[in-house]
Design a protein around this ligand. Sequence first.
Ligand code: SF4
Length: 245
Amino acid sequence: SLNPRLTVLESIVFGLKARGFAMSEGRTRAASMLRMVGLDPETFAQRYPHELSGGQRQRVNIARALTMGPRLVILDEAVSALDKSVEAQVLNLLRELKAKLELTYIFISHDLNVVQYVSDRVLVMYLGRPVEIGPVDAIYAAPKHPYTRALLASRPSHDPRRRVTVPPLSGDPPNPINPPSGCRFRTRCPFAEAVCAASEPSLLPRAPIGATRGHPVACHIHDAASGHSGAGRIAASGAQIGRSA
Ligand code: SF4
């Protein structure tokens, strides 16, 4: 996302200039941002993107995003192109900046370990719909939705006792332009029943927008009134699907 014809400083100042900041102030802010992301402005300000490593480029991008003083930063696959050691450095930098600048992140990723490391709350999506939302510890320790459970089961494990040979999920995601009726996950869900094709499950229990507590899930098994054969047992016992149901 860095313009190859702009130096690091020009890239960072670009947004400030567009917002009407004087060049001198832009340069001062850009230099202080570079310092904040761990790049010495003396060394890096006049470099072009091709003279930087992947991790350094990502630090420049973070500096660009933060120069405008945002409260919310959307990070879309922010570390997926980095190798593991650089990924860890950038993640630690993001955590430091979050605390120092009191930021909120929306962190979008397919890497479940990274999500677990950076998140307070996690929202799991399938085919464009949220299927489960909750505190990171609750989602990872006791996932409710069959898709979340399959995702977590697909994580590689270092422990040979936890090695699995059966794929946690089979089939391909359906075409999002023409999704299945009812629950969008039903064509791949081992617990699908007629009710799953007939009606789309809602995120339950309902919570006000912006609520930071609770662990709602969109699955008929977790709705005692849905008519799914597993619903009564799950609702009554609080058990997890695939274990006791
Ligand atoms: S609503 Fe039905 S198909 Fe969808 S996840 Fe729940 S059990 Fe599976």
